[in-house]
Design a protein around this ligand. Sequence first.
Ligand code: SF4
Ligand code: ZN
Length: 697
Amino acid sequence: MITGATNILKNAGSLVNKAIEEYGEEKGVEYPNTAYDLPVFYAFLEDKVKTIGKIRKILEEIKESIKEEPTYENALKAGKCVLFAAEAIEALKYIEGKEHRDAEYTGFIPDDLIRRLGLSLVDGTIPGIVVILGKMKTGKEAKKLIRSLQERGILCCLCGDIIDQLHEEGVNIGLDLRVIPLGKSTEAIHALNFALRTALIFGGLKRGMEKEIREYMKERVPVFVISLGEKGDMRYGNEAGVLFCNIPIVTDQEEEEIEGRYISEKDYKKMIHKALELAGIKIKVAKIDIPVPFGSAFEGERVRKNDVFVEIGGGRSIAFELLKMGTEEIEDGKIDLIGKDLNEIPEGSTPDLGVIVEVYGEKMEKDFEPVMERRFHDFVNCASGIMHVAQRDLIWIRISKEAREAGFLLRDIGTILHGKLHQEFSEIVDKVQIKIITDKERVEKEIIEARKIYREREEKTKNLTDESVDTFYSCTLCQSFAPDHVCIITPERTGLCGGVNWMDAKTGYRINKNGPNQPVRKDTVIDIEKGEWKEVNEFVREASHGKIERVCLYSAMENPHTSCGCFECIVAFIPEANGFMIVNREFGGKTPCGMSFSTLAGSVGGGVQVPGFIGVAKRYILSKKFILKEGGLKRIVWMPKSLKEELKPELKKRAEKISEPDLLEKIADETICTDPEELVVFLSEKNHPSLSMEMML
Ligand code: SF4
Ligand code: ZN
């Protein structure tokens, strides 16, 4: 370890000297997007280190502290030197804003990401962090190791040849999958400066509080290192740095062990187990017994068109999900399959699907049904190779060839739902019984019943208004896909996925006080027409990690509500018509703004504000608060015929209320036109109100 440290220091020293020759001693160095300059220096030194000259001075000073005699104490001292040296080497790569980050490696991890990950660490979605150095014997083993860490929800930071091994095995890696490729050697420092910053950010510790920070690392930060394969001096040096940070190491090599700190273990399964124990990490998630890997790390994974085995719903077949209260008689864990499963269905087909889940529990209430049902989306998404979008009778599911090859069946969806409902709602759920239906006739029959229930749920909330309540609710469920997106849900503005109304969100909060639904007070009105409140702004600012400053709930043009990706419809401004068009997810054709739903969705989603474009739930179109600022329903100039038909009775009622009884006939659809010029001609013929309303541009 000590030789390694000396070598890394030498290397850093010559790089620093070279940089000084080129830029001069006073040249500033810092990482981008952090409040902690060079976090290692920040954590362990009281002095500010912001220039190359200062780095050189520090490196020269600490060199003296390295002692040859191989004791644990000396190894730790050497370790500290390695940390400084590695940080210096990596920081130099960022000099002059030279972005070291290339497509392949993540490099330095910015603060905002740590804050975001921090929340998951807090609520246990990420139970721990592992830094993997080196490589496994074979690519297959590397894949297995990563998979089993992912299944446990562990965030993996990779440094070394294991990255190539995973690439060769076709394993997708990246931040969204919680497998972060840092780089090849000293980049490992980015995992350590990440860990150190958790102490600074969440532990409230200050610059230079070395002792407290090392203590915090030991007690609080659930991190460990797996050091794989043959090691050179460099690696031993890195290990010393890790030990100095009080992070335990498990290695697959024969080594002299240090109790509680440094352990040898060759079997990768036992290795993970031992490492978790060393780092004091408890995994509360019980294993879901299905043939594909399962864990929150797979939530953001997409199944691409070419990899699809079967596709369900999403306009291609009839599909729905329903959760309802059951009686005490139901049998926990019973999964009935009615119709054929995937092993009897040819590749490329689009089966119909009905998923009916009955839940019994002494504390279960009818109000909880939609809240629990909406979670199916994230539960099912946790299975690797399964993609699940939207909810109720709008679901769209893709099952990959890889998942099918591994033996995945539709019945496994039942296993997932049974397991996760018990896990996530353990307070409420005693028994879960499931029907998976693929028989066409049966699906067609049951979907009628399901739709009746969806409607009843909606009726229930109909009489609530935004004025009649003093609290709105947030939903941040979609942050798994759109990390800065937050829905503000009011009685008259349903979450844009259509699956979470105000009542659901309120119930969600009752079930889980730390969950995605939080109360948002609305005491201080800023602009009632635009739907802007002081407290709502404050909440959104926080929940969007500072990305969104203001939100006007009733406006599509000014600080509009952001969109994640699962909106039922998109409302888009058409300047020529002085109005808006609406297109729903099911409509595949062209629209007057020149784009199809999917093209539009690409630019509207992702949790950013795009004035003129908002993602909305179908129900919101019928709301009195629908784009109130711009004039409401009267501004709608185009929508697909099918959507018009679907909403017809209620749209008609709304039209009468706003004294535009013929509005529906004045709204164009694809059978009339799909281009803006023709649209304007049609609107003038019909004397559409938008043309005589105030100009929006
Ligand atoms: Fe929640 Fe909004 Fe996502 Fe719906 S779209 S699940 S309301 S965050
Ligand atoms: Zn969403």
